[in-house]
Design a protein around this ligand. Sequence first.
Ligand code: SF4
Length: 337
Amino acid sequence: MKGRVVIVGGGVAGMQTALSLKALGIESLILEQSRQLGGKLTGWHLLFPTFTPAQDVVAPLIRAVRQSGIQTRFGCKVVSVDSRRVILDSGERIDAAAVVLCSGSTLFNAKIKEEYGYGIYDNVFTSADIEQMMNNGKVAMADGRTPERIAILHCVGSRDEKVCQRHCSKVCCITAVKQAIELKKLFPDADVFNFYMDMRMFGPGYEELYRRAQIEHNIHFVRGRISEASPLMDSRVQIKAEDTLTGRPLRMSVDMLVLMVGMRANDDNAFISSSSGAELAENGFFKPRNSFMDNVLSTKEGIFLVGTISSPKTVGQTLNEASAAAIRIAEYLRYGN
Ligand code: SF4
């Protein structure tokens, strides 16, 4: 075996893959673009559907990586990959026994949907902003006032032909339910409305949480998509929508509009794909060799996929996939493809 297994990305996918490999006696090197381990989850507050603090997942993983002596390098921008080496933007070449792509996905930029006014109107936020505000211990309108009416809009940058993101991001319906409950707990007198196309409650405990949101927390769910938002003189936001269950148009003033941004494929995927030969799916995520029997292997021998690099996934699914990938990598190192 020449070199170690090289893991591109130091979020939960990369860390769990490295730890699972270590448990099998296989050394790895994590290359992380930023200056720290943890990835996007470090900015998240609570995880659905259990309201587990994200730090309860991230911190033990970081600690375990450090304690087990897994090698990590930071500030590494990968410009080229094949199954035997990774090339950094500095020109450095790193030999690899196998490569695992764990660089995740990108949150949709809500500014692209100009009709919702994100980045233009004061009280339009994204789901990621809400997590950050919760982490900072202060959720409020831009002028510090307490919101009395909040609208949460699903499918922003997902299931949307106009922005070339046709896929469902899978986790944002349940995130919307979770955030609605958190907001209602913070502001018990506020009315919280979720505007959805379909409620996709596929995971264990999701449907139950959705029911609790309605029955115990009195959160309102409206089937319909907000078509536009406009500012009011007092910095609130007026939204226009259609309730597609009753067929009635709807106009409402809200204190906060929260956009549930979806996951899209990283821009980097295109050049990693062209340098490695690992194919992308139509939506820009990496394509697994076989969705049933070999979904942690890319279409290129020796290049493996873990986490949202191949499709939107939950944290739990990503962690399981990392362990599965480690076993598959061990087989590959021992027996070849
Ligand atoms: S999970 Fe829900 S909010 Fe997210 S894209 Fe799918 S349907 Fe839309």
